[in-house]
Design a protein around this ligand. Structure first.
Ligand code: ATP
Ligand code: MG
Length: 361
């Protein structure tokens, strides 16, 4: 008769075949396989989750049962799920998790930390982050922006900053431009230098940026996350004490698939999703002013409704926005009355309303 340890090891191997829906990571690596019990012909497995959507939790459970029945050799297989509700923003447990690569203290003097993320690269996340930050600053708030994309920093280009931050004994003084305090690894390296750092070094660099930037008092710190929903993003989401996350998408189906993954990631890491912003939503002909939808229509709003998260608004596809971005001038700064800039203001007002509501609840 096989030893209990051997049986448990085999059961774990089977559970490693159950992926978290939408990820290529299994539930064991997420630390969910907590209790395994063997009594005669009966196997009981307890899956411990935190704030996982009930539909997803059930999907995981059913897949675990199916595989364990097929592979474990037990006559009876019981899988129980413990699904703790997500912690409230600001609570002591908010950043607990199994992916802690670093553990920064909450940043004193910063009221809200807003992550800007996207499941997919190139959807305009950094452009949205910069323009929302400028909109917030123009509304009179004290605003900072941190570029946490170590491999492809965009703030030097988007804000037209070529200088290096001054240092004081305690750390870096963020560079001020357009009423924002900005910090990016791109300010510290020579432009065009490829960064070939790997996991632990990336985390070390981010930790340094996070800890050593002297932000002072801020109402909002925007954190431009790298694209995707991999380990780096999960670590960041769990460690940045994020008040809420904005997910940027474009209207195509492919991008929307990634939105789903982004929402699931934040739900799993118990970060509040403030809502979805649809970028490149429509194009207004500069001559006849008629509107077309080069990437489809209404996808972001439908997806937000499906995923039961707020829809924060649309940003047009706009040649001027791109041209200005390349020159380091956010459209909100260049022409606050333009249609694009007004859309950013609208999205920011919606976002801020949700943030303040969140901290009241
Ligand atoms: N609304 C828009 N209209 C026109 N061009 C846009 C718009 N938003 C972004 N762009 C352009 O799309 C390109 C990608 O934008 P951006 O760098 O902001 O994307 P990203 O999602 O941050 O990319 P990455 O995944 O590499 O971080 C840039 O050239 C930018 O100027
Ligand atoms: Mg970017």
């Amino acid at each position: 008769m096989p030893r209990q340890e051997d049986v448990k090891a085999k059961v774990l191997e089977t559970l490693k075949k159950v992926n978290y829906p939408g990820y290529n990571r299994n539930i064991v690596s997420f630390g969910m396989a907590k209790g395994l019990r063997v009594e005669g012909d009966k196997l009981t497995v307890n899956l411990a989750m935190k704030g996982v959507d009930a539909v997803i939790a059930d999907q995981i459970k059913q897949e675990a049962i199916r595989l364990l029945k097929a592979e474990s050799g037990f006559q009876t297989v019981e899988v129980t799920v413990e699904n703790e509700p997500p912690p409230q923003p600001g609570s002591a447990h908010e950043s607990e998790g199994s992916h802690q690569a670093f553990n920064p203290k909450p940043l004193a003097g910063i009221k809200y930390v807003v992550a800007v993320s996207s499941g997919k690269g190139g959807v305009g996340k950094s452009t949205v982050a910069v323009n929302l930050a400028c909109a917030a600053a123009q509304r009179g708030l004290k605003v900072g922006i941190l570029d946490s994309d170590i491999h492809g920093p965009s703030l030097p280009t988007l804000l037209g900053i070529n200088s290096q931050p001054e240092t004081e004994d305690e750390g870096f003084i963020p560079i001020e431009k357009y009423g924002l305090k900005a910090m990016s690894i791109g300010f510290l390296i020579e432009s065009g230098q490829p960064l070939i750092w790997r996991g632990p070094m990336v985390n070390k660099a981010l930790e340094q940026l996070y800890h050593s930037t002297l932000w002072g008092e801020l109402d909002v710190l925007f954190v431009d996350l790298p694209p995707g929903t991999g380990d780096v993003q999960i670590t960041l989401a769990q460690n940045y004490k994020i008040s809420g996350a904005i997910i940027v998408t474009t209207p195509q189906n492919l991008a929307l698939e990634d939105v789903r993954r982004g929402v699931v990631m934040f739900q799993h890491t118990a970060v509040h999703v403030l809502g979805i912003v649809e970028n490149m939503s429509f194009y207004r002909c500069p001559d006849c002013k008629s509107i077309t939808h080069p990437f489809g229509e209404g996808g972001g709003e439908r997806e937000a409704a499906d995923l039961q998260v707020p829809f924060l608004g649309r940003i047009p596809l706009d040649t001027k926005t791109r041209e200005l971005s390349d020159k380091g001038i956010p459209v909100v700064v260049d022409d606050p009355q333009s249609e694009s800039a007004q859309c950013y203001f609208k999205v920011w007002d919606q976002t801020y309303q949700r943030l303040t509501k969140l901290s009241e609840s």
